[in-house]
Design a protein. Structure first.
Length: 168
């Protein structure tokens, strides 16, 4: 059984995934990291090929990871928005939504110029995050087996909470 982390960019999926792997001895994979390793920078993929192509690459990576067992998987923020990806992940894993407030996300991402979905000339990063959070949070909650609030908690506290939830 795999532990799959989903949530908004900036929620801590990478940091928490690494911490869970350290505490449990599981192998950790980051879907965005795997895409970068195989295909290049995400910003370049968005710029040259568009978001639909990137989403196709996410599904390829998800298909590969879903066949493995005993992993911690940190997903990209939009990966679980596609039903096919959720079905693949749910066959052999528990999905945990790392829920972060808009204030937490905005504080963590205010100086991050590497996120293609935050690159907009018409909206502030906070406004863009608010819109994405409103669209995505209900989907994250729907597809997840567990919801863990991350505001004002250390990565260790969050990782330990997830390990307890998944074992119960």
């Amino acid at each position: 059984m795999n532990i799959i982390l989903c949530g908004m960019m900036g929620a801590g999926k990478t940091t928490i995934g690494i911490k869970i792997a350290e505490l449990t001895g599981r192998r950790w994979y980051d879907t965005d990291g795997l895409i970068v390793d195989k295909y290049g920078k995400i910003a370049d993929i968005f710029e040259y090929y568009g978001e639909p192509y990137f989403r196709k690459l996410e599904t390829e990576i998800t298909r590969e990871l879903a066949t493995k067992d005993g992993l911690v998987i940190s997903t990209g923020g939009g990966l679980v928005l596609k039903n096919e990806n959720n079905a693949l992940l749910q066959t052999n894993g528990k999905i945990v939504f790392l829920r972060a407030s808009l204030n937490t996300l905005a504080k963590r991402l205010k100086v991050d110029g590497t996120r293609p979905l935050l690159q907009t000339s018409t909206e502030s990063i906070r406004d863009r995050l608010a819109r994405l959070l409103k669209e995505r949070a209900p989907i994250y909650e729907h597809v997840s087996d567990f919801v863990v609030d991350v505001d004002d908690k250390t990565p260790e506290q969050i990782a330990e909470e997830i390990i307890r939830l998944v074992k119960e």
